[in-house]
Design a binder for this molecule. Structure first.
Ligand SMILES: Cc1cc2nc3c(=O)[nH]c(=O)nc-3n(C[C@H](O)[C@H](O)[C@H](O)COP(=O)(O)OP(=O)(O)OC[C@H]3O[C@@H](n4cnc5c(N)ncnc54)[C@H](O)[C@@H]3O)c2cc1C
Length: 369
C-alpha cells in the first residue's frame, strides 16, 4: 500500500470534529503502523507518492525512484480541496482542511486568532465554524448560494443549522464569495470588506487522478468504475472519493465523498480483486455533527418531494425524499435510529405508501417485511 502522506492510514472525520474540539486530542490511526505488516501482512509504504504507472509492464513508480510490480492495481487516491484562486497570492493567511497537518494548524489557529472568515457553507466549513465558535473566535461564513448546504439539505434543515450557528455567534453572508484581500482581511464579490486574521476555505474537492491519467483513463469528474470497481484498464480498480460510480438514488454517475463509501466500496472492490464477485451499490450516506445536532443524509435529497416525519421545532425529525413512488433519499436530525431503518428501506428499494410515511406512528420496520 503506497501512500503519499507520512502517516499510517487514519480516518478524516476526526479532522473537523474530535481533533478540533479538544486542544490535545491525539490523531486516531486505523491501526498501529506495525500492525499493518504484523497482523495483516500489508507492506505499508508511507511518504511514497506514485508518479508513474506503466500498464503494459504492470509497474508503478514512486517519486523517490522506486518501482513496484502489480498484477492488479487499486487506485484510491481520493480528493484534494478545491483552491480559492482569488486569495492564492494575497498576504492574508489561507488554510484548507484535508489532512492531519491541516487540522493541527487550524486547531492552533482557533486558539491564536480571533477573526476567521470561512469560505463555503458546506459540511467541512460548518464543522470548522462550530469548533472555532466554541473557542470564542469571531466567525463569518461566506456562502455563494442563498442558503447552507444547498447541495444536500432541504431548506428547513439549512435554516435550522444556520439558526444553531447564529446562536453561537456565527455570522453568514449568502449570495457572495471572496474576490480578494483587503487591507484588514478580505473583500467580497458584493464589494463589502470583512476584517479577518485567517481564511479557511471549504469549497469542495477535486478528484486526484495522477495515476489514472498515466494509464490513459478518462478522469474528468472522477475515475469511472462499474459496480465491481473495475476501470476501463484491465486489472485496474478504483474505490473511494476518486471513483465515479452509478448511484441508483441519483440515477446518474457521481463521486461519493463519504467515509462509509470509502470503507464499503473498498471492501467490495478488494473482494473482486482477489477473484470474488461482489457487486457494490450502497446508497450514499454521511453524517455531520454540529453543536447538539447530529444530521445524517442517505441517497439524494434534491429535486424530490419531501415528507417530514416528526416535529421540526423540537429538533428531532426526518425528511424523506420521494420521486414518484420511489424513496430516493432521507435525512435525519438527531434521529439516528430512524435513519438506520431508512437506509435499509432505501437499500432494499422498498416502496411504502406515502400516506404511511407521512404518519410518524408508522413503524418503518413494516416496510422491510
Ligand atoms: C475534514 C473532513 C471531515 C470529514 N468528515 C466526514 C464525515 O463526518 N462523514 C463522512 O461520511 N465523511 C467525511 N469526510 C469524507 C471522508 O473522509 C472521505 O470520503 C474519505 O476520506 C475518502 O477516502 P479515500 O480513501 O477515497 O480518499 P482520501 O481519504 O482522500 O485518501 C487518499 C489518499 O491517497 C493519497 N494519494 C493521492 N495521490 C497519491 C499518489 N499519487 N501516490 C500515493 N498516494 C496518493 C493521499 O495522500 C491520501 O492519503 C470528511 C473529510 C474531511 C476532509
Amino acid at each position: 500500500m503506497l501512500g503519499e502522506e507520512p502517516h499510517p492510514p487514519y480516518e478524516r472525520p476526526q479532522l473537523s470534529k474530535a481533533m478540533l474540539h479538544a486542544p490535545d486530542a491525539p490523531v486516531a490511526y486505523i491501526k498501529q503502523a506495525s500492525d499493518w505488516s504484523d497482523i495483516l501482512a500489508v507492506r505499508l509504504e508511507t511518504g511514497s507518492a506514485v508518479i508513474d504507472c506503466d500498464a503494459d509492464r504492470r509497474i508503478v513508480a514512486t517519486a523517490d525512484g522506486r518501482s513496484f510490480a502489480f498484477d492488479r492495481l487499486l487506485i484510491a487516491t481520493g480528493t484534494l480541496p478545491r483552491r480559492l484562486a482569488a486569495l492564492e497570492n494575497s498576504a492574508i493567511e489561507i488554510q484548507y482542511l484535508r489532512n492531519v497537518e491541516d487540522a493541527l494548524r487550524f486547531r492552533k489557529s482557533i486558539h491564536d486568532k480571533s477573526r476567521i472568515v470561512i469560505v463555503g457553507g458546506g459540511v467541512i466549513g460548518l464543522e470548522a465554524a462550530c469548533a472555532a465558535a466554541k473557542n470564542g473566535c469571531r466567525i463569518t461564513v461566506v456562502e455563494s448560494e442563498q442558503r447552507l448546504l444547498a447541495r444536500a439539505f432541504p431548506a428547513v434543515v439549512s435554516d435550522l443549522v444556520a439558526a444553531r450557528h447564529r446562536s453561537h455567534g456565527v455570522e453568514f453572508i449568502f449570495g457572495a464569495t471572496v474576490s480578494g484581500s483587503s487591507s484588514d482581511g478580505v473583500r467580497l464579490s458584493n464589494g463589502a470588506d470583512i476584517a479577518a486574521d485567517l481564511v479557511l476555505v471549504g469549497i469542495g474537492v477535486e478528484p486526484v487522478a495522477t495515476v489514472a491519467e498515466r494509464l490513459g483513463l478518462p478522469s474528468a469528474g472522477g475515475i469511472s468504475v462499474d459496480a465491481y470497481g473495475r476501470t476501463a484498464a484491465s486489472g485496474v480498480y478504483c474505490a473511494g472519493d476518486a471513483a465515479l460510480q452509478f448511484s441508483r438514488c441519483h440515477d446518474r454517475a457521481i463521486r461519493v465523498e463519504t467515509w462509509a463509501n470509502a470503507q464499503n466500496q473498498a471492501i467490495a472492490v478488494a473482494g473482486n480483486m482477489i477473484g470474488e464477485t461482489r457487486e457494490y451499490g450502497d446508497p450514499p450516506w454521511f453524517w455531520t455533527d454540529q453543536y447538539d445536532l447530529n444530521i445524517q443524509v442517505a441517497g439524494d435529497m434534491l429535486e424530490a418531494d419531501h415528507i417530514i416525519r416528526g416535529d421540526t421545532n423540537c429538533g428531532k425529525f426526518s425528511v424523506i425524499a420521494m420521486r414518484g413512488a420511489d424513496i430516493v433519499g432521507a435525512l435525519s436530525v438527531n434521529s439516528a435510529k430512524e435513519m438506520a431503518m431508512l437506509r435499509r428501506v432505501i437499500a432494499a428499494d422498498k416502496r411504502p405508501a406515502r400516506a404511511d410515511l407521512e404518519s410518524s406512528a408508522y413503524d418503518l420496520r413494516a416496510a422491510l417485511k
